[in-house]
Design a protein around this ligand. Structure first.
Ligand code: KG4
Ligand code: ZN
Length: 347
């Protein structure tokens, strides 16, 4: 019985998971209302809010699962990547609980949580029976393709060289004056627009610069798209949200983001059988539709994370621990936060 704790960014979450993957509760308290007026996450506000809310969130996760502290076998916590102050709140709570309850603490890479969140569904097989697979992580902080060889070995295939896909949604909504977070707002508005109205750049990465040893064709770039939207708005003016032209701009902008993701997914999947998709942007209805219907993915198996586990949540953190992927520490004092942790690295 694992208590999971997630505080890496702007969601405070605690969950109880019966190992490996049976979710008994998953409580998520969002800070959207606190950050909304600033148009993005304010780190100082985020960590102060985690401090205030986390104890109640943990109590509620235990209550909903019908579990008390003495039933727990381990405490799992995100140690990175994420905002340093926010990560420290979750880690401090996990350390205190592990010491007080005399339990092992399991340090978890947040990106591994997104990578395995698609398996948090009763109908999906255990991930060890699905190997190897290609993982697509699309979130507010990360956009990457990973080859999962074994549950212990992940190979980075490609990643963004500038903004993440979620950031592109958020910054686009900001430029259009539509609010925060941009992803869900643009997703909804795009449904009424014409995705072919404006041809925004698809972020092709042509040179190796910024990609290191990675294949540039599997890397992502969104800063040019954002600039292109800004230039468009400078010459055409910012449309009124009620005008149909606004929906057209949004649909076209969203189309550029999701088509750029699809092009890289198709390349990564050329001789592979299974695609697993997670992260907040995996909620996007156009992306979900394309992944399900794109001819190049026909005949391949796809596991899309269930919507309730796409955004940041502690069930995915506890699940990573349940799968034996996290780093188990008998002495929690040995653990520190790792704000820049990469997906291919163990904690
Ligand atoms: O995974 P997540 O909750 O947090 C991070 O680890 O970053 O992802 C948050 C991101 C935000 O950028 C948000 O705008 C985006 O996911 N997002 C969406 C949708 N819902 C949330 N992007 C596109 N379409 C959506 N429906
Ligand atoms: Zn995340």
């Amino acid at each position: 019985m694992i208590l999971g704790i997630e505080t890496s960014c702007d969601e405070t979450s605690a969950a109880i998971v019966e190992a490996p993957l049976r979710v008994l509760s998953n409580v998520v308290s969002s800070q959207i209302d606190l950050h909304g007026p600033y148009g993005g996450v304010v780190p100082e506000i985020a960590c102060r809010s985690h401090v205030r809310v986390l104890p109640q969130v943990i109590d509620e996760a235990l209550r909903q699962a019908g579990v008390s502290y003495e039933h727990l076998d381990a405490v799992a916590v995100t140690v990175g990547p994420g905002l340093a102050g926010s990560l420290l709140v979750g880690l401090s709570a996990a350390k205190a609980l592990a010491l007080r309850l005399d339990l092992p603490m399991i340090a978890v890479n947040h990106l591994h949580g997104h990578l395995f969140s698609a398996f948090l569904d009763n109908d999906t097989p255990h991930p060890s029976r699905c190997l190897p697979f290609v993982g697509l992580i699309v979130s507010g902080g990360h956009t990457c393709l990973v080859h999962v060889d074994t549950l212990m070995h992940f190979r980075l295939l490609g990643q963004t060289i500038d903004d993440a896909a979620g950031e592109a949604f958020d910054k686009g909504a900001n430029l259009l004056g539509l609010g925060y977070p941009g992803g869900p707002i643009l997703d909804q508005m795009a449904a009424n627009g014409n995705p072919a109205a404006i041809r925004f750049p698809r972020g092709r990465v042509t040179s190796k610069s910024g990609c290191g040893d990675l294949n540039p064709h599997l890397c992502f770039s969104y800063s040019g798209l954002k600039t292109s939207l800004r230039t468009y708005l400078q010459s055409h003016g910012v449309p009124d949200p009620d005008e149909s032209v606004c929906a057209d701009v949004v649909a076209s902008y969203q189309e550029a983001i999701v088509q750029s993701i699809m092009a890289r997914v198709e390349l990564a999947m050329k001789d592979k059988d299974l695609l697993v998709v997670g992260g907040g942007v995996a909620l996007n209805s156009r992306l979900r539709q394309l992944i399900r219907t794109r001819p190049d993915l026909k005949g391949k198996k796809v596991l899309l994370t269930p919507p309730k586990y796409c955004g940041d949540n502690a069930a995915m953190v506890a699940a990573v621990a349940g799968l034996g992927i996290g780093h188990r520490l008998e002495n929690p004092f040995e653990c520190d936060i790792q704000p820049n942790l990469a997906v291919a690295f163990a904690v």
